[in-house]
Design a protein around this ligand. Structure first.
Ligand code: PMP
Ligand code: GLN
Length: 388
């Protein structure tokens, strides 16, 4: 028999909404992926590696060229000093990195701090590793936390904090004072911080991403997770990396070796090439995405929607009551995809307790014409709902 957690679990909200978008021929502003094919030079490199390169098992911890490129990239962009041999592991996407980390570091009964709204994979993966998620509930419009909220969720069994920064779905890039507070709390309570930083390159000026790993006292107790899929707008590639001090890396790599063992070598070769950033991608990509964010924001505001600020990720959010929508987020998302042909993501899906039901997430990594039409269709969805 299946484990009850899985037997009763619905598919993810991303799968559900993309499925409905296909069924209804809708514009898909739900699941986060760009509608461009991704950097040509990287795809050419991957194709060449498939045709002319080595297609057998690569080393378990990843190709040395990629692990070195990861360490160099973080030295250049985030001032980190990582030893690629003992502190970098390549995984099959950030999702596998999260699974390996939880399996390796959680003991049955350990409590793990998780912010709501969370990335949907965290609670089920933590539970299957034997952990107990302890939820810290954040609210719009600022999604801020303070020491009292953290302390209230921490008990004698708390061992770990999971931090997603930049934050999906809210578009927040954590300010240095929030990171400093988290570092203090982790040190005081002897917590390991698992930092899901897959959106670290998708940050819009003047916001700047800073890794919690670099905060005082965090070097030995932080697991930093990245994703080439997100860095290069190639979300299907599923090449992730884990950076952590040698003792943590050792344990996590042992979990990784029995999850996927390795990741396709050709995509690793291409990711290594991309990280050297010969094309200036890391400068151009956020600039272009910031223009798309502004375009969708403007189109939505013209239609009377209340748009919340987004400093990073592919997403912005709208406040439904402030936009004249009386339905809750899930009701409106289902109505909009079926009746007006536009898919979105209800943020209540990322809560387990006391969900915020007033916020809708929209993906703006799309062509201008799609964004304009998406905003018009959302307005139509609102008007149809009001007429009911
Ligand atoms: N964490 C967060 C916060 C994400 O948004 C995503 C993907 N959107 C992932 C993890 C998964 O990344 P990957 O596709 O590399 O597994
Ligand atoms: N992370 C992507 C998003 O937030 C979706 C990933 C998935 O479909 N699991 O939209």
């Amino acid at each position: 028999m299946a484990h009850p957690v899985y037997a009763q679990m619905p598919t993810t909200i991303f799968e559900e909404m993309s499925g409905l978008a296909r069924e209804f021929g809708a514009i898909n502003l739900g699941q986060g992926f760009p509608d461009t094919p991704g950097p040509l030079a990287l795809r050419a490199k991957a194709a060449d590696a498939v045709l002319n390169g080595y297609n057998q098992y690569p080393p378990m911890a990843g190709l040395p060229e990629l692990r070195e490129a990861v360490a160099r990239h973080y030295a250049r962009t985030q001032g980190l000093d990582l030893d690629w041999r003992s502190e970098v592991t390549v995984t099959s996407g950030a999702t596998e990195a999260l699974a390996a980390t939880f399996l390796a570091l959680i003991e049955p009964g350990d409590e793990v701090l998780v912010f709501q709204p969370f990335y949907d994979a965290y609670p089920p993966l933590i539970r299957r590793a034997g952990g107990i998620p302890k939820l810290v509930r954040l609210e719009p419009p600022h999604w801020r936390f303070d020491r009292a909220m953290l302390e209230a969720a921490i008990g004698p069994r708390t061992r770990m904090l999971v931090l997603n920064n930049p934050v999906n779905p809210t578009g927040v890039v954590m300010p240095p004072e929030d990171l400093a507070l988290l570092a203090e709390v982790c040190a005081e309570h002897d917590l390991v911080a698992v930092c899901d930083e897959v959106w670290e390159q998708v940050v819009f000026a003047p916001a700047r991403h800073q890794p919690l790993l670099a905060a005082p006292g965090m070097r030995a107790r932080t697991v930093k997770i990245g994703s080439a899929g997100k860095m290069f707008g190639l979300t299907g590639w599923k090449v992730g990396f884990i950076c952590a001090a040698p003792a943590l890396t050792h344990a996590i790599a042992r979990a990784h070796q029995f999850l996927t063992f390795t990741t396709p070598p050709n995509l690793q070769t291409a990711a290594a090439y991309g990280l050297e950033d010969a094309q200036g991608w890391f400068e151009a990509m956020p600039r272009e995405l910031a223009a798309s964010r502004d375009r969708l924001t403007e189109a939505l505001r013209q239609e009377g929607f209340a748009v919340l600020p987004s400093q990073g990720t592919y997403f912005l959010t709208i406040d439904l009551p402030g936009s004249g929508v009386t339905m809750d987020d899930r009701g409106f998302a289902l109505h909009a995809v079926r009746e007006a042909g536009v898919a979105s993501i209800p943020v209540s899906s990322f809560y387990e307790q006391a969900p915020v039901t007033t916020i809708l997430r929209l993906c703006f990594s799309k062509a201008d014409a799609i964004l304009d039409e998406g905003a018009a269709r959302l307005a139509r969805a609102r008007d149809l709902a009001l007429r009911r």
